[in-house]
Design a protein around this ligand. Structure first.
Ligand code: COA
Length: 169
């Protein structure tokens, strides 16, 4: 059975394995086990028959701004809606936290634009604080990720919550 839930400390190793695999392909920023433990409360996971098969993190950056990062789904389970539901959970959590703008730096811009009303933005529109972690990236300073941003209006949050409720039926 598939279940979406907030991560627990015991999930850290599975999240690490999932992210490391994609990081080796250059699709994600690598995250150390230490960073995963320290930020475990950011994470949502998808569990299938007791195994973690997908994850995403919502990281609050500043007043009214959060980042969706570390999104990955096990290769053999892609295309079944897990990635979309993980992002939906993260967006609804941002709404609950009172964060109205959520961005992502990504190589899969099309995934975000297709599934939610994200729009592409110029990376330079993001506050300097966002770049703090970039110095640790192997690609720094030649970042080729693209930035997308979504504005969580009350109307959109209502629509997303309704969608979530439907999916849980
Ligand atoms: C990107 C990723 C998380 C998507 O997960 P997924 O579970 O396969 O996505 P979903 O099944 O929920 O996709 C929902 C929709 O988005 C589409 N989609 C999925 N990946 C896409 C992509 N890379 N580009 C465009 N559309 C995409 C699907 O076709 C699907 O559309 P449909 O409903 O019309 O069939 C997954 O491919 C992955 O783990 N990739 C490697 C890591 C990565 O690139 N992470 C993103 C870093 S920000």
């Amino acid at each position: 059975m598939k279940r979406f839930r907030k991560a627990k400390v015991k999930d850290a190793h599975a999240i690490y394995e999932l992210l490391s695999k994609e990081a080796r392909k250059g699709l994600l920023l690598p995250r150390s086990l230490n960073a995963i433990y320290e930020n475990i409360r950011d994470f949502w996971v998808c569990e299938l028959d007791g195994r973690v098969v997908g994850c995403v993190a919502l990281h609050v950056v500043w007043e009214d701004l959060a980042e969706i990062r570390s999104l990955a789904v096990k290769e053999e389970l892609r295309g079944g809606g897990i990635g979309r539901t993980l992002v939906l959970k993260a967006l609804l959590e941002a709404g609950e936290l009172g964060v109205r703008r959520v961005f992502s730096l990504t190589y899969v811009k099309a995934f975000f634009l297709k599934n939610f009303p994200f729009r592409e933005i110029d990376k330079r529109e993001l506050p300097h604080k966002v770049w703090g972690e970039c110095v640790n990236c192997v690609k720094f300073p030649d970042c080729d990720e693209e930035a997308v941003l979504i504005e969580l209006t009350p109307e959109l949050l209502t629509r997303l919550a309704a969608e979530e409720a439907l999916a849980q039926r």
